[in-house]
Design a protein around this ligand. Structure first.
Ligand code: IVH
Length: 708
């Protein structure tokens, strides 16, 4: 192919000719890669040609071809990394937004551990780096593996790329035999600016911000590209270790620095919230001159044995929190208000904005929450924004906090056009025309169309295939939309996904012969779908998208019931919201009345149940893995705590029991196996005695779990 010409210098005819060539060359490269597993072109060249194609299409939109390479499914770039399971999950952090949230954090920890308000409790405070996290596994002092965070449980293998980074030592001396070092990959401002200048000069894609540039540079299939990019790394945590690094957080960070890692010099040991907040202000004042992006300050309990007693909630540690910097603001015109219909039927108003840059990111859509938010009054008549309503054409303030969806925060009435009309929120669904109603106490208006509403059906399907649900490679939101209206291969319910291959076999025109598909990409899609027939209980339940039943609750339920059949039998039996099964569901810690009703209702409604049963018949749902419970006498048992505990708080006792594989319930029933009763135990102890449930005191409990 000819050397690349500056796109702005191309005539239409030249662009058309080049797009034709690119379509041919890239199609051939795709075939070589997928069909023969023998790429003829390096990933870097492939990426470059693909980018060139995209840039040409952007400059000459009318010339985009019907067989455009940008519409091809199954391109090699997205799927090129192998997967690595994290031995210790890579978690995220809870957030604090105010000084009060920080004192509350300290208070929660004291209450969990049963520490008096004046007992010493130290924390480290350090910048929260705005990059992407990376886990480096060293064995025998040698860097063996580098993995991105991925979904926290499984990441991408980017070892070859990590080996090119100057901040990452390839060998360590005097390190534990197994050591996983975790930290943040980021790009400094100066390096980012220079990279974008160079990219632009080459006619290559520029990056919106340093975080995107760092992510794009690390996740390159061709490690020589990563090597050419100025990536840096701060170490701030660890995963699997064969011997502890220290007995404090600060000590461990110092040890990482001794081992040759770059650690952040603004990391400080603080005596409590007052010092933590002071250090937060100090870091905030330095923010603009640090030379790299940070989005807050992370506080961590310093004593590692306290960290381990505190443990984790489902996705975040109890012993750490991120104190975020305030959000960024900008003003722009609200061009229109659109209504989107979500998977539970919620009508969500979306602001279409004149694009505006907010903290380095171009924002053209923002949420308006619900009809009350637009009106400026909630259902109780309480003012929002001082009672100012929002209208199309208004001059509005847009607010963005980190990766939170931007929202419209305020409106400037002095700039409102005299003829601006109040916004009238629809009372019918814009997608299916069904009534949209607001139930008592619900801030949200919902479409009553249920399964007949295409918007709800599509959103449910998108949720079903999303990363935390079925996560089917090559079947994302875009493909779901495509198949939804497909006359030959319609995907209207989750089960349809698993029937695609069989349906295709019966069709005259096969998927592989369609535009944009080939032998390999069609086979890949079917293989990816089949791979997910075997699925974990928690994931399968979460994927159903039942209102109020989120990821954490789904896993809780999976652990409680163990296998799908028992669960299904129990929720079916609970259909009248009474009886043993209903009480058993409600007794679960973390499952409230609203969630339990929503769950039971989903299984009790004929149409919804048919959709679920149809899906389940296509799957092999794996029973929930019991939490690590080797030798635990309480594994699988239902335990209730009552009365006053003296050696640990109720929260800690509960967390400990759960870690040992027990189910902790809030009330005593026939299903209770063990009651741990401290002084002052009342009705629960009596009920346990009546039911013949084994009852022990706190010392008995501690003796039972000692050493585990
Ligand atoms: S500690 C178990 N420290 O923030 C907690 N995280 O929102 C492990 N991050 O995924 C994380 N700077 O990518 C920690 N100094 C810091 C951090 C930091 C940035 C990122 C990290 C994590 C995310 C959580």
């Amino acid at each position: 192919m000819q050397p690349e010409k500056d796109i702005s210098q191309l005539s239409e005819a030249e662009a058309r000719e080049e797009l034709a060539q690119l379509a041919e060359v890239l199609a051939q490269a795709n075939a070589a890669y997928h069909t023969h597993d023998a790429p003829e072109m390096s990933d870097a060249d492939y990426d470059r040609l693909k980018r060139r194609n995209t840039a040409l299409e952007a400059a000459f939109p009318a010339l985009k071809r019907s067989d455009s390479p940008s519409d091809k499914v199954g391109a090699p770039v997205a799927s090129g990394f192998s997967k690595i399971d994290h031995v210790v999950p890579m978690l995220s952090l809870g957030n604090a937004f105010s000084d009060e949230d920080v004192t509350d954090f300290d208070g929660r920890i004291r209450s969990f551990l049963g520490l008096a308000a004046d007992a010493p409790l130290k924390f480290t405070a350090e910048p929260k780096i705005d990059g992407l996290s990376l886990s480096l596994r060293y064995e025998g002092g040698k860097l063996m593996q580098a993995a991105t965070r991925g979904d926290g449980a499984t990441g991408e293998n980017v070892t070859a790329n990590a080996l090119t980074m100057a901040d990452i030592p390839q060998t360590l001396t005097n390190a534990p035999d197994v050591l996983e070092v975790r930290g943040e990959v980021y790009m400094a401002h100066s390096d980012f600016d220079a990279l974008n200048v160079a990219q632009e000069a080459k006619g290559d894609k520029t990056f919106a911000n340093p975080r995107n540039a760092a992510a794009g540079s690390l996740r390159q299939l061709d490690a020589s590209i990563t090597k050419s990019r100025p990536l840096r790394f701060f170490a701030y945590a660890w995963g699997d270790v064969s011997a502890p690094l220290s007995d404090t957080q600060m000590g461990a960070i110092e040890r990482l620095a001794e081992l040759g890692f770059v650690t952040n010099e603004l990391t400080k040991l603080c005596d409590g919230p007052t010092e933590m907040i002071a250090h937060y202000r100090y870091i905030e004042a330095q923010r603009a001159s640090l030379g790299y992006d940070i989005d807050g300050v992370v506080y961590k309990v310093n004593e590692l044995d306290l960290q381990s007693r505190l443990g984790f909630r489902s996705t975040t540690p109890r012993w750490a929190i991120a104190h975020k910097f305030p959000a960024e603001l900008a003003w722009t015109t609200l061009e229109a208000i659109d209504i989107q219909v979500g998977r539970t039927g919620a009508l969500s108003p979306v602001a279409r904005l004149k694009p505006v840059t907010v903290g380095g990111v171009v924002v053209s859509n923002a949420t308006l929450h619900n009809e009350d938010y637009i009106q400026g009054f909630d259902s109780k008549g309480v003012e929002i924004r001082g009672g100012k309503d929002i209208r199309e054409g208004d001059w509005v303030q847009v607010y963005r906090a980190g990766d939170v969806i931007p929202k419209v925060a305020d409106v400037d009435l002095s700039k409102r056009a005299a003829d601006a009309k109040p916004y009238v929120f629809p009372t019918t669904c814009p997608e299916c025309g069904s009534d949209a109603v607001r139930e008592e106490g619900d801030a949200v208006r919902r479409c009553t169309g249920g399964m007949i509403c295409p918007a709800q059906a599509i959103e449910k399907l998108k949720h079903f295939v999303s990363r935390k649900a079925f996560d089917i490679e090559g079947l994302g939101a875009k493909q779901v939309e495509m198949f939804f209206d497909d006359p030959d291969l319609p995907v209207r319910t989750p089960a349809d996904i698993f029937k695609l291959e069989a349906r295709d076999a019966g069709n005259l025109t096969k998927l592989k012969n369609r535009k944009g598909w080939g032998d390999q990409s069609a086979a890949n899609l079917f293989a990816a779908i089949n791979e997910k027939r075997k699925i974990g209980f928690g994931r399968a339940l979460f994927a159903l998208g039942i209102r109020h039943v989120g990821e954490a609750a789904s896993n809780l339920i999976a652990n409680h019931y163990g296998d799908w059949d028992s669960f299904e039998a129990a929720v079916t039996a609970a259909a009248d919201f009474e009886g043993t099964e209903w009480e058993d569901l409600l007794a679960m810690d973390g499952i409230g009345d609203v969630m339990a009703r929503s769950l039971v209702t989903a299984f009790a409604q004929d149409k919804e149940r048919a959709v679920i049963d149809d899906l389940v018949s296509q799957l092999s749902i794996q029973s929930a893995e019991k939490p690590k419970s080797d030798g635990s006498p309480v594994a699988g048992k239902t335990v209730v705590f009552t009365g006053k505990l003296e050696k640990m708080t109720r929260d800690e006792a509960k967390a400990r029991a759960e870690r040992l594989g027990a189910k902790v319930a809030g009330s005593v029933s026939k299903k209770t196996d063990l009651l741990v009763a401290g002084p002052g135990a009342g009705s629960k102890a009596k009920k346990a005695a009546d039911l013949g449930v084994e009852t022990i005191d706190e010392d008995g409990w501690l003796a039972m779990i000692e050493g585990l």
